[in-house]
Ligand binder design. Structure first.
Ligand code: SF4
Length: 390
């Protein structure tokens, strides 16, 4: 009797839906304004934010990373060469390219510009004095003279610390959600055998106390570090490194991880429920969709009628708006009126479609591009919704 293999029909291939990849800044944007999140990630209005804050942040991150890499390698740091580079570097921005999911392809992000070029690019803003009487120009000068030595001095003053990694890429899963990003700096304390996570911010002043209690960025990074190094617990020593303030600011109070996880649960639940309510605030002044933004890009116009009228030094309160959010049902009519006010044709088909909350979300991750060995691209970006991300 011949040995006949019975015919077994193949299981039909079921294509699994691709998981969205989140970044910390994407989650943060949702907490700051759900409507802006929708405009960017659901409606795919990707608008490059080429502000002075992002450009200066990119430059300082680049210099700090170069110094950290030298320290890791145990090599001498050529400060004269770095100072020269800080002023003369000029790596042009490339046209962003996106993959099928809308994620920016590596190497297609913005450029790195030294102080000489920044002065020409942001003529007024670069020299504008803030409340402390300093400008980006004076901060860069101060950094060139003194700030540039901070990291090496700090490491020398703390022999128990070592730099484990800089611009460390990670991908981590949290309750079925994929989070991807880059950590500015990871240190290790040999005296306590703890990891310390650091994030560089080129802010002009320290964070207020309430922003230090449960910093979501560090909660995400802690998840990542635990996975990267196979730790049993989550590291909770977090520092903001503020070179323009000449200080490190510790972040995270006891219970930070549990509070952070609750925050993340609520963010993911809101995104999945398509709860995209606008949150007008002083941050609208820097939002690409706000007519009150003095540098509003043309592509951002006519998309948000709910902006706050607040402006620095102005008379309007943060809650004052030309159009109040009145729920999803009223949105189309408000949009139509707004478009007329903006001088655009009323009733565009896209507006109606744009607010179809039944659409499946498939937004791209806004992520920190990983700097290459040579001059790298921006790390993070301007984050007008949590102060400046740099
Ligand atoms: S202008 Fe204000 S309300 Fe409108 S999307 Fe931007 S942050 Fe949100």
């Amino acid at each position: 009797m011949p040995n006949i293999t019975p015919f077994v029909p193949k299981e039909p291939l079921v294509k699994q839906p691709k998981k969205t990849r989140y970044s910390y800044s994407r989650l943060d944007k949702y907490t700051e304004c759900g409507y802006r999140y929708k405009l960017v990630y659901e409606d795919k209005n990707y608008i490059s934010e080429a502000g002075v804050a992002a450009a200066v942040g990119t430059l300082i991150h680049y210099i700090e990373e170069s110094i950290a890499n030298k320290i890791i390698a145990g090599e001498e740091i050529d400060y004269d060469a770095l100072r020269k580079e800080m002023y003369e570097i000029d790596i042009p921005e490339k046209e962003p390219e996106y993959d099928a999911d809308g994620n920016k392809k590596k190497g297609s992000e913005g450029g790195i510009y030294g102080v000489n070029r920044l002065q020409k690019m942001f003529q007024e803003e670069f020299f504008e004095l803030d409340n402390n009487g300093t400008s980006y120009f004076t901060k860069c000068e101060e950094y060139r003279e003194r700030g540039i030595y901070r990291l090496e001095n700090y490491m020398k003053a703390h022999p128990e610390l070592s730099i484990v990694a800089v611009e460390k890429e990670f991908t981590v899963e949290y309750k079925g959600n994929i989070i991807h990003g880059y950590i500015d700096r990871i240190l290790f304390d040999s005296s306590t055998r703890e990891y310390i996570i650091e994030d560089i911010k080129t802010k002009g002043k320290p964070f207020p106390e309430d922003k230090l209690k449960t910093p979501l960025q560090f909660v995400v990074y802690s998840l990542a570090v635990a996975k990267l190094y196979g730790l049993y617990g989550y590291p909770t020593r977090f520092n903001y490194d503020l070179p323009f303030c000449d200080m490190r600011q510790a972040a995270g109070t006891p219970g930070v991880m549990n509070r952070g996880f609750k925050k993340m649960d609520s963010i993911f639940a809101g995104i999945k429920a398509k709860d995209f309510v606008p949150h007008p605030s002083p941050l609208c002044h820097w939002c690409e969709f706000s007519p009150t933004n003095p540098n509003q890009p043309p592509k951002g116009k006519g998309l948000c009628p709910y902006y706050s009228l607040w402006s620095p030094g102005g008379s309007h309160k943060a809650w004052e708006c030309d159009h109040k959010w009145e729920g999803n049902e009223a949105h189309e009519a408000i949009m139509e009126q707004f478009r007329v006010e903006c001088g655009e044709p009323a009733t565009p088909a896209q507006v109606v479609h744009d607010f179809d909350f039944s659409d499946e979300a498939e937004p791209p991750a806004e992520e920190k591009p990983k700097p290459a060995k040579k001059p790298k691209q921006p790390i993070g970006g301007r984050d007008p919704f949590g102060g400046l991300d740099f």
